[in-house]
Ligand binder design. Structure first.
Ligand SMILES: Cc1cc2nc3c(=O)[nH]c(=O)nc-3n(C[C@H](O)[C@H](O)[C@H](O)COP(=O)(O)OP(=O)(O)OC[C@H]3O[C@@H](n4cnc5c(N)ncnc54)[C@H](O)[C@@H]3O)c2cc1C
Length: 460
C-alpha cells in the first residue's frame, strides 16, 4: 500500500524547505522530494554562490584603490580553481545544514524526482514508489531558458555552468540585460576577463528606473565592460582559438566562452500537472490565488514555479504563509507590494517601489528628488565613479513611493529604506531624520531641493 502523508512537497528549495519545516512544526507528517541538491537554486546555484563570486571580484578594486591611501602592494595574483573549490566547500556545508534542519524538523527527505499521478498521489521516479498525500505543495522553482535554438547552441552555457567552469575565461560574451547577466559580467570583469554584454533591447535592466539603467550602464562601461544593445546572437561557431559569435547586423566577436542569461522558465514540464488538473497562468507559471492555492483545492504552489516575484525571500514568505494557512489555522496572504531588490553589480543597485515612469502613470502628482555625487572613498583612490540616488514622492500625500540607488552598499541601504517605505513614510519623515555623517546614506535625508514635479493632465 502507498505510504500516506499529510503534506508532500515537490522541490527542496527556498520555498519548499520553509513550507515543509513549518508545516511539520504544526504537527503535519511531511515528505519532501528533491531531484538535485537540497537547498535549491538560491543555495546551490543562485544567490549564495553568486554573492561569493561577487566578493571575490571586488578585491580587484580594493587592491587598486589602496594605493591612494598609502599602501604599496606586490602584484596581486588570482586563482580561479581555489575560489571555485572554496565556494563548493561552502555550498556543500550549507546543503548539509539544510538537510540537518529538515531532519531535525522530522521532515522525511527523498532524493528523487517526483511527479503527480492524480490530485492526491505522487510518484517517486527513482524507485517507482507512490505516495498518497492529503496536501501537495509544488515548489519546483525554475531554470535557465536559452531562447530559440540557434546554430552552435551546444557551445553556450547558462549561469548553472558558469559556477563550475574549470578555468576563468579570458574573453566572455554574455547575452542578456537582466540582473543575472550583469552580475556575471561584473564578476568576470573584476576577476580579469574581457567582457562583452549583448542585449536585444534599447538598454540594460528593463523594468528598472530609466536613470538607474543609464547610470549603471555608464558605470559598467567605465570599468571596461562592452555593452552592445539592439542586437542578438545569431550563431556560435567553434573555431581554433575559441568561439566565433555571429551578431545580427554587427561584426562577429571571438571569445572563449558564451553565456546566455536570457530569462528563466518555471519548472512545470513533465510534472503531471494535467493529470492532477493543475492549471497554468498567462506567465507560464502555475496559476495560484492569494493563498498560493492552485486550481485543485488540495494542491498549492509557491516560489518561482508560480512566476510571481522570483526572489528567495518571496519564495520563503510564500512557503511560510502556506504552512500557516493550511496547517497552522492562520490564513495568511503574502503582500507582494514594495519588495526591495538589489543587483550585485559594481557599483551595486538597490531599489524599492515605483520608478519615476510608473509613478507618473499611476499618480496625479509626482515629486522627484535626486542626487549624484562622488563617493568619499573615490576622492583619495582617484576612482572615476559616481553614486546616484533618487526618491520618488507622491506629490499629494508626500509619501515616498520609490527609492533608487546605484552605488556602494546600495542593497544594504535599500533593505532598511524598505522598512520606511512599508510604513508609508513621507518625504517629511525622511527630512526629520538626522543625517549620519559621513555616510553615503545621509544623502537620502538631506535632499532638500525638488528636482522635478510631474502633474498628470486629467483625461479628456
Ligand atoms: C544566478 C542566480 C542568482 C540569483 N540571485 C538572487 C539574489 O541575489 N537574491 C534573490 O532573492 N534571488 C536570487 N535568485 C533567485 C532565487 O534563487 C530564486 O527566486 C529562489 O531560489 C526560488 O526558490 P524556489 O523555492 O521557488 O525554487 P528553487 O530554489 O529553484 O528550488 C526548487 C527545487 O526543486 C527541485 N525540483 C524541480 N523539479 C523537481 C521535481 N519534479 N521533483 C523533485 N525536485 C524537483 C529543484 O532541483 C530545486 O532544488 C537568483 C537566481 C539565480 C539563478
Amino acid at each position: 500500500m502507498a505510504e500516506e502523508v499529510d503534506l508532500f512537497v515537490i522541490g527542496a528549495g527556498s520555498g519548499g524547505v520553509r513550507a515543509a519545516r513549518i508545516s511539520s512544526g504544526y504537527g503535519a507528517s511531511v515528505m519532501i522530494a528533491e531531484e538535485y541538491r537540497v537547498g535549491g537554486t538560491c543555495v546551490i546555484r543562485g544567490c549564495v554562490p553568486k554573492k561569493l563570486l561577487v566578493y571575490a571580484s571586488r578585491f580587484a578594486d580594493e587592491f587598486e584603490d589602496a594605493a591612494g591611501f598609502g599602501w604599496t602592494l606586490s602584484e596581486p595574483k588570482f586563482d580561479w580553481a581555489t575560489l571555485i573549490a572554496n565556494k563548493d566547500r561552502e555550498i556543500a556545508r550549507l546543503e548539509a545544514a539544510y538537510t540537518a534542519n529538515l531532519d531535525r524538523a522530522k521532515v522525511k527527505i527523498v532524493k528523487s524526482r517526483a511527479v503527480l499521478l492524480d490530485p492526491h498521489t505522487v510518484k517517486l521516479t527513482a524507485t517507482g514508489e507512490t505516495v498518497r498525500a492529503k496536501h501537495i505543495l509544488i515548489s519546483t522553482g525554475g531554470g535557465p531558458h536559452l531562447g530559440a535554438p540557434i546554430a552552435g547552441i551546444e557551445h553556450v552555457i547558462s549561469s548553472n555552468e558558469a559556477f563550475h567552469l574549470t578555468e576563468l575565461p579570458k574573453r566572455i560574451l554574455i547575452q542578456g540585460g537582466g540582473y543575472i547577466a550583469l552580475e556575471f559580467a561584473t564578476i568576470f570583469n573584476g576577476l580579469g576577463s574581457d567582457v562583452t554584454v549583448v542585449y536585444r533591447g534599447e538598454n540594460i535592466l528593463r523594468g528598472f528606473d530609466d536613470e538607474v539603467r543609464a547610470h549603471l550602464r555608464a558605470e559598467l562601461e567605465k570599468r571596461g565592460i562592452k555593452i552592445v544593445t539592439k542586437t542578438i546572437v545569431e550563431a556560435v561557431e567553434k573555431i581554433d582559438h575559441g568561439l566565433c559569435v555571429e551578431l545580427a547586423d554587427r561584426e562577429d566577436i571571438v571569445v572563449d566562452k558564451v553565456m546566455f542569461a536570457t530569462g528563466r522558465r518555471p519548472h512545470v514540464d513533465g510534472l503531471g500537472l494535467e493529470k492532477a488538473g493543475v492549471e497554468l497562468g498567462k506567465s507560464g507559471g502555475i496559476a495560484v490565488n492569494e493563498f498560493s492555492q492552485t486550481s485543485v483545492p488540495y494542491i498549492y504552489a509557491v516560489g518561482d514555479v508560480t512566476n510571481r516575484i522570483n526572489l528567495t525571500p518571496v519564495a520563503i514568505r510564500e512557503g511560510h504563509a502556506f504552512a500557516d494557512s493550511v496547517f497552522g489555522g492562520k490564513p495568511t496572504r503574502v503582500d507582494h507590494a514594495d519588495v526591495p531588490t538589489a543587483v550585485f553589480t559594481e557599483p551595486e543597485v538597490g531599489v524599492i517601489g515605483l520608478t519615476e515612469a510608473e509613478a507618473c502613470r499611476t499618480l496625479a502628482k509626482v515629486d522627484i528628488y535626486k542626487s549624484t555625487f562622488r563617493p568619499m572613498k573615490a576622492t583619495l583612490s582617484g576612482r572615476d565613479t559616481r553614486t546616484f540616488m533618487k526618491l520618488v514622492v507622491d506629490g499629494h500625500t508626500g509619501r515616498v513611493v520609490g527609492a533608487h540607488i546605484v552605488g556602494p552598499d546600495a542593497g544594504e541601504m535599500i533593505q532598511l529604506i524598505g522598512v520606511a517605505v512599508k510604513m508609508k513614510a513621507t518625504k517629511a519623515d525622511f527630512d526629520a531624520t538626522m543625517a549620519l555623517h559621513p555616510t553615503a546614506a545621509e544623502e537620502l535625508v538631506t535632499m532638500r531641493e525638488k528636482f522635478a514635479t510631474h502633474v498628470r493632465q486629467a483625461a479628456e
